[in-house]
Design a protein around this ligand. Structure first.
Ligand code: 4AD
Ligand code: MG
Length: 433
């Protein structure tokens, strides 16, 4: 009888029986009489032991040809072994080489430069660190859906090819038949607002695109954003939801991906502190605070990365900076009745210098004020007719926000640069692989 195939993660169910494990070789060593193959299959790692006197001659010969990343099918008896990585060992009875791997495999167990690694991203993803990051990412994506599903939000999908514009940063454009230019979505928000008037509470989760010429550790040209939009939420309700959401994501990672965070050498102590209430700081109070620390930023300016770092330095939790000046923010934000120079908005700054992970606001619900802002910004009014309709036909108090997935993962994993948290990063100078 041919032994069944088994995933390494499932070996506990096969102790004492013969199985075939398939995967890629990560290490080999041999004493001449006993040889060891360590392999991974995506579900775990497994050590297979060949005793020369006990395996067929062809198996021993094939062992001699194994190199890093050779793909193999190894048959043997599963033995429970507490000392073995993963808790099991395979007592080999046979070994097949599925695909050889030449000795020039680019990623060797030594230091490589980041550019080299990114050029070989398709192979770099096989390394344990990169796999751990992808698992944290997948966990957080699932957590996003669980969080909103439990709160009865409806997931909606908004277009990627758009005729309207959302944010101020650069646009990717492409010709669209006889309709002129289409732009890759920078945000799903405006469509989310239309859907909130239908469904009450919605969220979108999709890729967004920004042709920003920024070469920082926080900018990608293609990133994933989660954008909830809630009818009848004001700016305070909005911030309350943001806090719960971020706390939930962090807790989920701590609970279910602790092994991966350990492999990434993430000090989780700062993450544990996220369970307390987040500080809410008014923009107008933040300015004198950062000026006292040497910033030259004036009231009216947007905050730079250094300013954000100065603000979060005082706290061990995420910080909301609220109510920015109108001129520093997007046209759709609601004028602050208490200080009409400002808008009802918030940026959520992550601790430890990770910067803004959320941008949110209450939306301008007054038709004429919104129209005036569109004109002031020199935006093409004809593209925004449908958006203005949301204020013409039964306007409503509503708020929403956008959480940048990659910045949030980078923070939770404690990674310096966000390019490692997306499988194939798109950066100003990188479109391949
Ligand atoms: O602050 P932003 O531009 O807000 C919006 O797009 C709103 N329409 C969201 C809304 O209210 N529905 O972007 C939101 C978040 C940022 O806080 C940041 O986390 C992330 O998106 N982000 C980026 N992440 C990676 N690379 C970039 N170039 C990013 N630009 C924004
Ligand atoms: Mg922003």
């Amino acid at each position: 009888m041919t032994p069944p195939f088994a995933r390494i993660a499932d070996l506990h169910a096969h102790v004492g029986t013969l199985v075939t494990a398939r995967g890629w070789v990560t290490h080999v060593r041999s004493s001449g009489k006993v040889a060891f193959v360590v392999m991974r299959d995506g579900s775990g790692i497994l050590q297979a032991v060949l005793v020369k006197a006990q395996v067929p001659e062809h198996a021993w010969e094939r062992f001699g040809t194994l190199t890093l990343e050779t793909s193999v099918a190894i048959t043997g008896e599963v033995r429970a072994d507490a000392r073995a990585p993963g808790g099991h060992e395979l007592g080999v009875t046979d070994l097949d080489v599925v695909g050889t791997s030449p000795l020039d495999y680019p990623i060797q167990p030594k230091e490589h430069g980041v550019d080299f690694l990114l050029d070989n991203r398709h192979l770099w993803l096989r390394s344990p660190r990169q796999a751990a990051i992808m698992r944290v990412r997948a966990e957080l994506e699932q957590a996003v859906h669980d969080f909103f599903y439990a709160r009865d939000f409806v997931r909606t999908d908004t277009p990627i090819l758009t005729g309207a514009i959302g944010e101020r940063s650069g646009l990717f454009a492409t010709e669209y038949f006889d309709e002129g230019m289409a732009y890759l979505a920078q945000t799903g928000q405006l469509y989310g607002e239309a859907l909130a008037a239908s469904l009450g509470r919605i969220y979108t989760f999709g890729p967004t695109f920004r042709a920003e010429k920024s070469k920082t550790r926080r900018h990608l040209t293609e990133f994933w954003m989660i954008e909830p939009e809630m009818a009848w939420y004001d700016t305070h309700d909005n911030m309350r939801l943001q806090q719960e959401f971020v706390q939930y994501l962090v807790e989920r990672a701590l609970e279910r991906r602790s092994e991966e965070l350990k492999l990434l050498e993430r000090d989780t102590a700062p993450l544990e502190k996220v369970s307390g209430d987040f500080v809410r700081l008014d923009y107008s109070d933040a300015i004198p605070l950062i000026q006292a620390k040497g910033s030259t930023t004036q009231w009216g300016d947007d905050l730079g990365a250094e300013d954000e770092a100065l603000i979060v330095a005082d706290y061990d939790r995420p910080v909301f900076v609220m109510n920015y000046p109108k001129q520093a923010k997007a046209f759709y934000m609601k004028e602050n009745p208490a200080d009409p120079r400002t808008v009802l908005c918030d940026d959520l700054l992550a601790p430890e210098g990770y910067g803004e992970i959320i941008g949110g606001s209450q939306r301008e619900d007054d038709h004429d004020k919104l129209l005036a802002r569109i004109l002031e910004e020199g935006l093409p009014v004809e593209s925004y007719g449908w958006y203005l309709d949301l204020r013409k036909y039964g306007t409503f108090t509503h708020s929403g926000f956008g959480l940048g997935l990659e910045r949030t993962i980078a923070w939770i994993c404690g990674l310096h640069h966000i390019r490692e948290v997306i499988p194939f990063p798109r950066l100003m100078h990188r479109l391949r692989p």
